[in-house]
Design a protein around this ligand. Structure first.
Ligand code: PSU
Ligand code: MN
Length: 294
């Protein structure tokens, strides 16, 4: 059911390290034309570390692991690309539609394709003030064996609530060279991480030990803090305005996250975009290094 790009097919047959990359960040997370530029740069970063990038998406009803240039262009520019979570996959394929995949859907497909490492920006999680708005990223990561590198969860979320859910779902969180849980646009969310790792080799060792202990049903989150964060006060002001606009505009369901990210990019005059790009690049680099260590 899965189609591979030439590059990913070659890497698979030779057993070389592969890094999965999501596509919702391209279609719904970053503005045009920066989205396509970043998508290409991120793939190049993965290659520069000795791994093969596999951007995942659905094109005309077919699941692709690794996109050719024209397909990447479509994900970045076609207005009809929808945002697909795991539950949407079968219907999108049945209708021969095209879709970008979220962290949840990308993890699911990457695991099916035998890929162990995945890089994204920030995970989805529990939304502020909405008891039942919790990203399907969490429930998918609770049942999918993959190492996901991220800059924590998006700061638009209820970070404390999300960390509690991660604990309940038995999804381990490793701080990469940090004891502080990163806050996506911010280096530190204000919450601590119990388990700190210093190297990719340490992550690879943990990955192996989990199997013997039969605690390997879930994903492992590797939290990699951004180096040059947004100004905290500026960030908090923008967030407050964005949350009240979302409430006033009755934004719901899968629209909430893209709405808030777009609000940030528009009102921060490029500052949140700069940070978001730095996050994705740094996470892709680290993910490639982990894939090589495995
Ligand atoms: N990280 C980013 N930008 C994004 C996302 C993550 O830096 O746009 C996307 C991912 O695809 C993630 C989704 O799965 O946001 C979460 O959406 P929701 O809250 O609707 O589950
Ligand atoms: Mn939601």
């Amino acid at each position: 059911m899965i189609k591979y790009s030439k590059e990913v097919a070659a890497a698979k047959s030779q057993g070389r390290p592969i890094v999965a990359l999501e596509s919702t960040i391209i279609s719904h997370g970053l503005p045009r034309p920066t989205n396509l530029e970043v998508a290409k740069e991120v793939e190049e970063i993965v290659r520069s570390q000795g791994a093969t990038p596999a951007t995942i998406a659905i094109i005309d009803g077919e699941i692709f692991v690794g996109l050719e240039e024209g397909q990447l262009f479509r994900i970045a520019n076609d207005e009809n690309i929808v945002k697909a979570s795991t539950r949407d996959l079968a219907m999108i394929c049945a209708d021969n539609k095209s879709a970008a995949t979220t962290v949840a859907a990308t993890s699911h497909i990457a695991h099916l394709a035998g890929i162990d490492v995945f890089a994204t920006g920030g995970l989805g999680g529990v939304h502020r003030g909405h008891v039942y708005d919790e990203s399907a990223d969490l429930t998918e990561l609770a049942k999918t064996k993959i190492i996901i590198v991220c800059a924590g969860v998006k700061s638009i979320l209820d970070v404390a609530g999300t960390l509690e859910r991660l604990e309940t779902l038995a999804i381990p969180v490793l701080g990469y060279q940090t004891n502080n849980f990163p806050g996506f646009y911010l280096t530190d969310s204000g919450f601590k991480i119990e388990h700190r790792v210093e190297s990719c080799e340490e992550i690879a060792k943990i990955w192996g030990l989990r199997h013997g202990l039969n605690t390997d049903d879930t994903a492992i989150i590797v939290a990699n803090p951004v180096t040059n964060q947004m100004d905290k006060n500026f960030h908090d002001q923008i967030l407050e305005a964005g949350l009240s606009d979302a409430t006033a505009g009755k934004i719901s369901g899968k629209g909430v996250t893209p709405f808030l990210l777009e609000h940030f990019h528009r009102t921060s005059k490029g500052e949140s975009l700069r940070v978001n790009i730095e996050i994705i690049k740094a996470n892709s680099k680290l993910a490639a290094q982990i894939a090589c260590a495995l």
